[in-house]
Design a protein around this ligand. Structure first.
Ligand SMILES: [Zn+2]
Length: 209
């Protein structure tokens, strides 16, 4: 098995080691952790559904109600699910763009690997998700979602009506209809007999002979 090369971090210089051990650095770290913990305890919390256990995430939330992991840089509205390109006026625009392209390429490769390893059922689920989560504006996506929901509701209603057992009354009516149709058939046969032109006289015509 090929192993990924992991480069070891460079050892600290004595000067860096002294700074890391200093009282000032430690008090800075303590203050930061205190702030983080206070925020964690009392501040607004991220309510995103976590994949690991399905509970809300509970990390400190940003202004948008989500933590950095769950509601960070991904744009909403018209920009949802679309790549965010670097600002054209940024000083390091070239480097940012190159990094963005590399990231997108890496993500595409990862996606392709994931798709290849899927079972047909997983693949179908994935395709369904992709169909129902198209990029674009919130309005357009919500309209499409409402339409899909309506269609599903209609299909469910039709299914229910078709599967519903007949009521006692309907069954009685259906039976009566069948009876009447049978009587009709008998009468129609009798009429056809009577209308038949010139019935051949035969020996067993009784008193009509
Ligand atoms: Zn979160």
């Amino acid at each position: 098995m090929k192993r990924k090369k992991v480069s070891k971090p460079r050892p600290r210089t004595p000067r860096q080691q002294a700074w890391a051990n200093s009282a000032r650095f430690r008090s800075m770290g303590r203050a930061m952790m205190k702030r983080f913990n206070n925020l964690r305890r009392s501040g607004p919390k991220c309510g995103a559904h976590t994949k690991i256990n399905g509970h809300p995430c509970q990390n400190p939330a940003m202004a948008n109600g989500r933590c950095r992991v769950h509601g960070g840089a991904t744009p909403k509205g018209d920009g949802w699910h679309k790549p965010v390109w670097p600002d054209a006026n940024a000083a390091n625009w070239n480097a940012k763009l190159a990094r963005k392209l590399t990231d997108l390429e890496r993500a595409a490769k990862k996606r392709a690997r994931r798709l290849r390893s899927m079972t047909p059922e997983q693949r179908a689920d994935h395709a369904a998700w992709q169909r129902s989560h198209k990029p674009g504006s919130t309005k357009a996506r919500e309209a499409a979602k409402a339409y899909r929901q309506q269609e599903a509701d209609m299909a469910a209603t039709l299914r229910r009506v078709r599967e519903q057992p007949m009521s006692e009354e309907s069954r009685a009516i259906a039976a009566r209809i069948a009876e009447i149709e049978a009587e009709n058939a008998v009468l129609a046969a009798r009429l056809a007999e009577l209308d038949a032109p010139n019935p051949q006289p035969s020996d067993d015509m009784g008193i009509f002979g």
